[in-house]
Design a binder for this molecule. Structure first.
Ligand code: SF4
Ligand code: SF4
Length: 151
């Protein structure tokens, strides 16, 4: 059995934990809060450290120093943070759904997360290139989209 099928999030080693990320980049999009309802809305504006094509954090070891509100996911907070995408591998494992067929660990190909439309690759604008007053115009719902469980 693969490690994500037999271990809980708490039981995973640091390298297994890191490998679980599908590299979609959805969690690195700027969130906006609706002033009236308090509801968080996702935008297509990406964190200044996110590479828009590869969706990798360009300074992962120092990210907390550069982006203080970057959240380091843990078995506890992944169950509590409401804006974690429903497609996120950590959230799926926490909810007992297992990994989806398009997850690179399952498909064996990092391209499937892009082909299926989960990755934010090529679909975002850089935080430093958008006036914060205009972030609201960048509110989008596509990062909430989920592919079918099978094709
Ligand atoms: S949403 Fe989850 S799977 Fe996607 S990049 Fe973020 S941590 Fe990784
Ligand atoms: S600092 Fe890195 S991991 Fe954190 S939100 Fe930005 S790109 Fe994502």
């Amino acid at each position: 059995m693969a490690f994500w099928e037999e271990k809980t999030l708490e039981q995973m080693s640091p390298s297994e934990w890191e490998a679980l990320c599908d590299g979609c980049g959805r969690c690195c999009l700027i969130k906006l809060e609706d002033e009236d309802s308090g509801v968080l809305i996702t935008s297509d504006v990406r964190c200044k450290l996110l590479d828009g094509d590869s969706c990798a954090c360009t300074d992962y070891p120092n990210r907390k120093k550069i982006v203080p509100d970057c959240i380091k996911l843990s078995p506890d907070n992944v169950r509590e943070i409401p804006w974690i995408p429903t497609t996120c591998a950590y959230r799926r494992i926490a909810e007992g759904k297992g990994l989806a067929w398009w997850h690179p660990l399952v498909s064996g190909d990092p391209q499937t997360v892009i082909d299926v439309g989960v990755s934010v690759s090529g679909r975002t604008v850089l935080e430093t290139e958008v006036d914060p007053d205009e972030w609201e115009e960048h509110a989008v719902d596509w990062p909430e989209w989920e592919p079918p469980e099978s094709l």
